[in-house]
Design a protein around this ligand. Structure first.
Ligand code: ADP
Ligand code: MG
Length: 455
């Protein structure tokens, strides 16, 4: 039995075992991604669904799968970018578009430039987390190739990179119809190049088609450019593409999940070129911006949902905009399938949170003091310039705790720690987050520190 049939069989069981809204909300956009050595990997459209299925429906899913396969399966849940689009009356906004720029078998993209028109400046909400990137994007649209070239935009997932760089493309086409714009992902670039090489080998052409496409544009937008790192041929070709365009003063816009210096296996010459123009990052939105994003969607789609419920969702989902939109859609969908108004109780039920548990707040002075004592370093050392390991780690832990238990923005944390840059703080926080996943020592340190801070 193939995975598709297996899942369809299981879904039929879930549909009987669950109420219709529950089934609709949590199961319709899932699928089996892989089944190997007794491990079934289930793809979910977003974090909420993943958490829901993991915590509430694991046993139901397992027993159905075990019964059908006659095996003892283990389940893993992952976020699946290719998840089927949501079929609801809410409309295209809530569908996850196919990764833009990835040529698909069904004859997409609809247009040669690879842009999706739903991504505009107009529906991009600005806040302290992204206003620099936004201003740079606007300046590029006004005079492509003249200011900020290349633009290198980076952020964590779901924070609006694709939206903003697509908006740049869409707006340039509108304002300067004569300019040729191409948007594509690092992955699509790689695939097209490989196909071209194949074709050249079979003597059915040369690399000229590819080069004509990418070197004769006025604006080249590459999304998820980190994908090309570690691939020699692609990096080589990209390097020449980049240079040709750059020399001709054509606009280059790149987006990535990390700054150039942190993309591993990125050729140094590319890294230095990527950093040579304007580098801008975007941070997760604060609660006000999250609120604004949801209110804007309400207006755009004429939805009936109260401020109170929007406030609740905005408070409940802080990770990124994609999850925020996912949660919002779930509340709306649930209400629609059940023919109810999206009330606060309904939203609480759907999101599995009764009230927003505010993270306890601590004074930043207290955090610095406790860390200095715990690691036996002085406060001056924490705030000072020295980069010895014995000081760097406590400093990064300080960044992490300040980030987690105070409302101080990244720049403010940098200030507290002796005038450091906000990106330094962000990297410090990420470092500790990564180690938290792996290092028992760091886990223990944080447990102890939190106990001392009573959080
Ligand atoms: P990334 O490319 O950084 O992973 P996306 O651009 O795909 O993120 O954004 C995820 C979703 O959130 C998209 O639907 C996008 O339209 C939306 N989004 C992100 N940032 C904003 C914003 N500032 N205002 C409005 N919508 C946003
Ligand atoms: Mg993206």
């Amino acid at each position: 039995m193939d995975n598709k049939t297996l899942w369809e069989t299981a879904l039929a069981e879930f549909e009987l075992a669950l109420s219709q809204p529950i089934f609709q909300t949590w199961f319709t956009r899932t699928r089996i991604l892989k089944k190997e050595k007794g491990i079934v990997e289930i793809g979910c459209p977003n974090t909420h669904t993943k958490e829901r299925l993991e915590t509430r429906h694991y046993r139901l899913i397992k027993s159905a799968l075990d019964r059908v396969t006659k095996e003892d399966n283990e389940l893993t849940f992952t976020i699946d970018a290719q998840t089927p689009a949501l079929k609801t009356p809410i409309g295209p906004l809530f569908e996850t578009p196919k990764t833009p720029g990835t040529p698909s078998k069904e004859g997409d993209p609809k247009n040669a430039h690879g842009l999706f028109e739903q991504y505009t400046f107009n529906n991009f909400i600005i806040g302290p987390n992204n206003n620099l990137a936004y201003a740079v994007a606007q300046a590029i649209v006004a005079t492509p190739g003249k200011v900020y070239n290349p633009l290198f935009l980076y952020s964590g997932v779901g924070l609006g990179k694709t939206h903003l760089i697509q908006a740049i493309g869409n707006e340039i086409i509108k304002k300067h119809p004569a300019l040729k714009v191409i948007y594509c992902t690092g992955e699509a670039f790689t695939n097209e190049l490989l196909e071209e090489i194949q074709r050249a080998r079979q003597k059915r052409g040369t690399a000229s088609r590819f080069r004509n496409k990418f070197r004769k544009v006025d604006v080249l937008i590459i999304d998820d450019v980190q994908f090309i790192a570690g691939r020699e041929t692609t990096q080589e070709e990209f390097f020449h593409t980049f240079n040709a365009l750059y020399m001709a003063k054509k606009q280059i816009v790149l987006a990535s999940d990390k700054p150039p210096s942190e993309i591993s296996k990125l050729a140094p010459r590319l890294s230095s070129r990527f950093s040579s123009g304007m580098t801008a990052d975007m941070q997760p939105p604060d609660v006000d911006v999250r609120n604004a994003i949801l209110r804007r969607k309400r207006t755009e789609f004429a939805l009936e949902i109260s401020n109170e419920v929007i406030d609740f969702i905005a408070q409940a989902v802080s990770s990124n905009v994609r999850d925020l939109e996912g949660a919002f859609t779930q509340v709306i969908t649930f209400a629609q399938t059940q023919n109810l108004a999206p009330s606060l109780e309904l939203a609480q039920k759907v999101l599995g949170k009764t009230k927003v548990t505010a993270t306890p707040r601590v004074r930043s002075r207290e955090i610095i003091k406790v860390i200095a004592t715990y690691f036996d370093v002085t406060q001056q050392e924490l705030k000072g310039p020295r980069r010895l390991k014995g000081i760097v780690v406590p400093r990064q832990i300080a960044m992490y705790l300040l980030r987690s238990y105070t409302d101080t923005p990244l720049a403010g944390i940098g200030e507290i720690l002796g005038g450091r840059d906000h990106t330094t703080v962000m990297h410090g926080v990420e470092k500790i987050e990564n180690q938290l996943a792996r290092s028992p020592k760091v886990q223990q340190d944080l447990r102890n520190l939190k106990a001392m801070l009573r959080v």
